[in-house]
Ligand binder design. Structure first.
Ligand SMILES: Cc1cc2nc3c(=O)[nH]c(=O)nc-3n(C[C@H](O)[C@H](O)[C@H](O)COP(=O)(O)OP(=O)(O)OC[C@H]3O[C@@H](n4cnc5c(N)ncnc54)[C@H](O)[C@@H]3O)c2cc1C
Length: 338
């Protein structure tokens, strides 16, 4: 791998895209003494980012059912960085439950994952009193966490400014328009440079009810998708998420039925909840569904392909990019040349 000209610590860094990847890069580079400008084409609500639509689960152990070991490695490191930078991040664990007819899939999930504890009905009630009498067994992943993307991204942006960085919203730029080292975190919009990227649609529904209280994400084993209910502030719950090889941003009736049925299975009181929002986002993915830090020759680094793990792994990717720029450290599993 060729060596990028390493900028001096005070030299300027322009980061394009203020989703979870760009925000974490901006934060760690600003803290390391770089003169950071973060450019984002949308306003502070980030409606044009995939990150706006995410569940925000920090679940390296649950994800190991389907993801490569690299995701767990990056995810475990990232949990420490979330704790360090945002100590309020809830680490209440994740609960996995199954309908009796999906018992074989439940056992398969238990085999393919680690760091969980089996719970009986009483154990589930002790953790989540609202679920009393709903499930006979569950898996508890105590070390996992979750964030609320629409609240945590503004907090990350505040921390970037506190660390001396600048954020320019409504700033639609290309790498040629900006100064210094360029870190391209444009997500799916980077397809002009990285044609292998594709979008994997994830649909979600936001509902509101005060009839159910949950303290952690609850995953329901499902033959096709990992469906989950994530508690948000103000009695909101996110129901997610499908995973479909399609690039439109609509929500199909079929997906809506499956998401709503999953909520009803977790607790019948969700049937009375108010629907607040239907939405979908396109997860930026390379063909192998693994993230890449691509070192280009023109003082530019591209960070992309975070797929379904952006919140889980972005802090660790940012740390790797910083390690490369400051010390020339190379991570062969993630880094490649353009
Ligand atoms: C329904 C759903 C649920 C998910 N749940 C989880 C989860 O529970 N846990 C998890 O870890 N991950 C989850 N993900 C995945 C996660 O959302 C993505 O991996 C992550 O958001 C990708 O982040 P990113 O910063 O690479 O891209 P984005 O969030 O898309 O950010 C790219 C940014 O670049 C900006 N941009 C593009 N072009 C320009 C330009 N020319 N100039 C300036 N700005 C530009 C865009 O406006 C955008 O804000 C989920 C995704 C979906 C869709």
């Amino acid at each position: 791998m060729h060596q990028l000209r390493r900028p001096r610590t005070e030299s300027s860094v322009s980061i394009i895209g203020a989703g979870v990847a760009g925000a974490w890069h901006a934060l760690l580079f600003a803290q390391a003494g770089h003169d950071v400008t973060l450019h984002e084409r949308s306003d502070a609500n980030l409606m044009l980012s995939t990150s706006h639509w995410a569940g925000g689960m920090l679940a390296p152990y649950c994800e190991s059912e389907v993801a490569e070991p690299l995701i767990s490695r990056l995810g475990l490191r990232a949990l420490d960085l979330w704790r360090r930078e945002l100590p309020d991040t809830p680490f209440n664990g994740s609960l996995v439950v199954a309908h009796p007819r999906d018992r074989n899939d439940f056992e398969r999930f238990a085999r393919l994952t680690s760091d969980h504890r089996r719970l009986d009905a009483a154990g589930i009630t002790a953790l989540e009193p609202s679920l009393e009498g709903r499930f006979r067994e569950g898996l508890f992943f105590a070390a996992e966490g979750h964030v609320e993307p629409r609240r945590v991204l503004p907090k990350l942006h505040e921390r970037i400014i506190a660390a001396g960085g600048t954020i320019k919203f409504d700033s639609d730029v290309s790498a040629d328009d900006v100064e210094g080292l360029v870190i391209d975190c444009r997500g799916l919009a980077a397809r002009d440079d990285q044609p292998e990227l594709r979008g994997v649609k994830g649909e979600l529904i936001l509902i509101e009810t005060s009839e159910v209280t949950l303290s952690r994400p609850v995953r329901l084993i499902h033959p096709r998708w990992p469906l989950y209910v994530i508690p948000r502030e103000d009695h909101l719950f996110m129901l997610g998420a499908t995973s479909i090889e399609a690039e439109d941003t609509g929500v199909s009736v079929r997906s809506a039925l499956e998401l709503l049925s999953a909520a009803y299975t977790v607790h019948p009181a969700f049937a009375e909840a108010r629907i607040i929002e239907f939405g979908s986002g396109l997860r930026p993915a390379f063909p192998d569904n693994l993230p890449r830090i691509t070192i280009a020759r023109d003082n530019r680094i591209d960070v992309n392909g975070l797929y379904r793990h952006g919140f889980l792994i972005a802090p660790a990717l940012a740390e790797l990019t910083l390690g490369y720029v400051q010390r020339g450290q190379i991570d062969n599993e993630v880094m490649r040349c353009a």
